[in-house]
Design a protein around this ligand. Structure first.
Ligand code: HEC
Length: 199
């Protein structure tokens, strides 16, 4: 690949060294076909929905339109915000209907049961067999039953203490589906859930 003209040489687009490497190897790397960082190499397939936008479907045939702007909610929240009135009073936008509970159960069993037990009883979690000293936190017990929906949602989103955050893995609506399902576990355990907006 020969260098074309003095103008290109002056602009740095092509140097004499390029001519030498081109003469030896047949080409030089100045016009490499590699991709630049963050360059989009493949366009997303038609009708695809990015997970990062919180768009994972909330159920069969349901397409969420995205992570809603929470307006009044400072984003991103941190663990220090969990007890703030903003997080405590977050309204739960997902009605606790059979579709939400079905989805919540799948996700709870997938993400939470390993440490909190299938019934929300920490002592029954698989982990406790292997790490007996791990404190099993009861999600169906009276303590968390007294938490507001927003508090449970917030803990899931940013984690708390030893608990890792799940906000990057569980989308906005799905977190609320899990909250709804945890309320059922509490009900089954005889502990009346506090519900949305309670402290
Ligand atoms: C890797 C283990 C692990 C997983 C998985 C996990 N948690 Fe936790 N969770 C913990 C630990 C440990 C604590 C206690 C945190 C602390 O304060 O140090 C905790 C605390 C909590 C609390 C507060 C309990 C209380 O009594 O104050 C809630 C609510 C909670 N988790 C919800 C969830 C939900 C919902 C999921 C699933 C999305 C989940 N956790 C997944 C380990 C886990």
């Amino acid at each position: 690949m020969a260098c074309v003209g003095v103008l290109l040489m002056a602009s740095g687009a092509c140097t004499p060294l390029d001519d030498v490497t081109a003469a030896i190897f047949g080409r030089h790397m100045r016009d490499s076909r590699s991709f630049d960082p963050y360059e989009n190499t493949i366009a997303p397939p038609e009708n695809s929905v990015p997970f990062a936008a919180g768009n994972i479907t909330a159920g069969p045939g349901i397409l969420n339109t995205g992570q809603p702007e929470l307006g009044f909610m400072p984003a991103p929240i941190t663990q220090a915000d969990l007890l703030s009135p903003v997080v405590q009073n977050l309204p739960n936008p997902v009605p606790s209907d059979p579709a939400s509970l079905e989805r919540g159960e799948v996700l709870f069993d997938r993400y939470c049961a390993i440490c909190h037990g299938l019934a929300g009883v920490g002592a029954e979690a698989n982990m406790t067999q292997w790490i007996p000293l791990l404190v099993g936190f009861n999600l169906s017990g009276p303590g968390v039953a007294g938490f507001s929906d927003g508090h449970i949602y917030g803990i899931m989103r940013v984690g708390r203490g030893l608990m890792p955050p799940y906000g990057h893995q569980i989308s906005h609506f799905d977190r609320w589906n899990i909250v709804n399902y945890i309320r059922v576990l509490q009900d089954q355990a005889g502990n009346t859930p506090a519900g949305a907006g309670a402290q």
